[in-house]
Each structure stands twice: as C-alpha cells, then as structure tokens.
Ligand binder design. Structure first.
Ligand code: PDD
Length: 287
C-alpha cells in the first residue's frame, strides 16, 4: 500500500511528496523532529511530544508551522488514512527553504517552515520479540554537540553509533562523555540495582525523553526508588538489570554491555514489568 504523507498542508501519496533542495534541513540539518508511537490506532504521549516540539522550536528561534491542535489533527488523519494499528508517526519541522544557500537564518516572514509527517507501520511493536530477548549494547565516545536536549535532525553520529554496534554484533550503543554514560543513540539509558533505578539527570547533555518521564513516574508509583545521577559503564555492568526507553522501543531490556552479560543474560523481571506497566498505562490515556 502506498503511504499517504503530509507535506506543507497537503496529504499526498509518498511518491509525489517533494521538498526543495534549498530546504535548511537538507543543507544544514536545521530542523527538529518528533516520533510518536501508535498503539491500537491511538497516539501515545502526544501531549509530551507536542510540548517538547514547541520547546525545540523556541530554543532554535524557529517559528511553529501551526498550532499543536492542528498537529494533533494531522497525526490522527494520517493514522486513519494509512490504517495504522501499531507503529509511529514521524514529524519534522524545518526552518524552510529560502531561495539560496546561506548560513544566516532566513527572514521568517518570507521563508515559511517546512512541515512533513509520515506514518511507519510496525505490527507487533508492543509484543516485540526483541523485548523478550533483550538487546546488547556497546559503549562509544559521545562526540555530539552540546545541545542534545533539542531534538534536531543532526543524526549522523547516532547513525554511525548504530553501525559501530552492528559491526560489533550488537544492537545499539551507549554514549559516554567524561567517563559517564549520557544516553543511547536514540534512547535514554538506565540500570537497576536492587530496588533502585539509576539514570542520568536531565540537562543539555541528553534528550529529555517523553518515555523516560512516564517510566520514572510509573516506577515511583510501583515503589521503586529512582536516582537521577551520572553513572559509568563499569557500574552498569555490575547491575542486576539494564534497559533503554524511547517512543519506538518503549522499555527495552539490555542484557549485555561491552560483552559483559547482566545477571543471567536474559531480560530482567523489573524491566519487563516496567514495560508492561508503561504499555498498559499509556494505552489507557492514548488519544
Ligand atoms: N529517539 N535520546 C535520544 C538521543 C533520542 O533520539 C530519543 C528518541 C530518546 C528517547 O526519547 P522519547 O522517549 O521521547 O522517544 C532519547 C526517537 C525515537 C528516534 O530518533 O527515532
């Protein structure tokens, strides 16, 4: 089935959707994005994603293409047209396409933002076989820029990180800066020791994950302790369990870090329980 996508006010078959070669995201990665998951045909945590999008836009002095209510309508319409039961909606806003390449930001009065959305159909996203097995991660140096709290489309290094993991026979990479884990290439990173979940505190060093916020809230409700602080790879390797969170993986158990198996090398009970709670609770309030 040909997907219907959204580009600047139009719903089009994916083969007919076009963006200018002068678009600032194409030339300068001058764009921000959000990925919202869909379960049972409904959007998970839409409000959190909309708020973070607004924050990314504000931080980059980029005009919003429309109101968040209009964005919600577009999300819903694409999910419906493309008959998505489980999957994702990808949204990207760029600073638009001026009529030439120039480092200086274009005048927002004459260059309007580019808005693109498309769906990704992922049947079996919730009941993922990968979650039953867990993933293996390697550690790599975090050489990204200093504003990782802004969700920009500068994804070359995360992409390289995933390739380094793949070449090492693993699934993903955790990035390390000054000896401490920042986050995964496209997810937040955690370990569990006893009844305590440890994850890096929010700052400009990491993306403020929407799934992270929900999972930490549910963990506290489930009487687990949450400690937001720096941690090393060595400390995580000695933990009982580890996991990552993101809109596309929810809570995903990590079973190996740099070749060291955690526990018995299978997904931990607490991580799996958190996944279950996250999926159940998120479905209840999906819109
Ligand atoms: N990635 N950290 C980074 C660097 C990310 O790219 C992401 C999300 C997260 C988790 O954020 P959230 O829980 O809001 O999805 C953390 C998305 C899924 C992606 O790039 O596809």
């Amino acid at each position: 089935m040909t997907r219907t996508v959204y580009v600047n006010g139009e719903y089009l078959p994916e083969t007919e959707a076009k963006v200018s070669i002068f678009d600032r995201a194409f030339l300068m990665a001058d764009g921000v994005y959000e990925v919202t998951s869909v379960l049972g045909g409904k959007l998970i945590d839409f409000d959190g994603h909309a708020k973070r999008l607004q924050r990314s836009l504000t931080e980059l002095e980029m005009p919003a293409p429309c109101t968040m209510d209009v964005l919600l309508e577009i999300h819903r319409k694409l999910v419906k047209i493309n008959e998505i039961d489980e999957g994702m909606v990808y949204l990207q806003v760029t600073r638009g396409a001026p009529d030439d390449r120039d480092f200086v930001f274009p005048d927002p009065e004459t260059t309007k933002p580019t808005l693109v959305l498309f769906t990704q159909n992922k049947p079996g996203l919730a009941d993922s076989p990968v979650a039953k097995k867990g993933i293996k991660v390697i550690s790599i140096e975090d050489v990204r820029w200093g504003r990782r709290d802004i969700k920009t489309v500068q994804l070359l290094y995360p992409s390289m990180g995933k390739m380094m993991a793949k070449k090492a026979g693993c699934d993903d990479a955790w990035m390390v800066e000054d000896g401490f884990v920042t986050e995964g290439t496209s997810n937040n990173a955690y370990f569990i020791k006893g009844n305590k979940i440890v994850t890096r505190a929010l700052s400009n060093d990491i993306l403020h994950g929407i799934t992270r916020a929900a999972v930490l809230r549910f963990a506290k409700e489930a009487q687990m302790e949450v400690e937001e602080r720096n941690f090393t790879i060595a400390e995580a390797q000695e933990a009982d369990e580890a996991f990552i969170t993101s809109a596309s993986t929810f809570v995903m158990p990590v079973v190996e870090i740099d070749g060291v198996a955690l526990g018995d090398g299978t997904p931990g009970a607490r991580a799996l329980r958190l996944r279950e709670i996250y999926l159940d609770e998120s479905r209840k309030v999906a819109i």
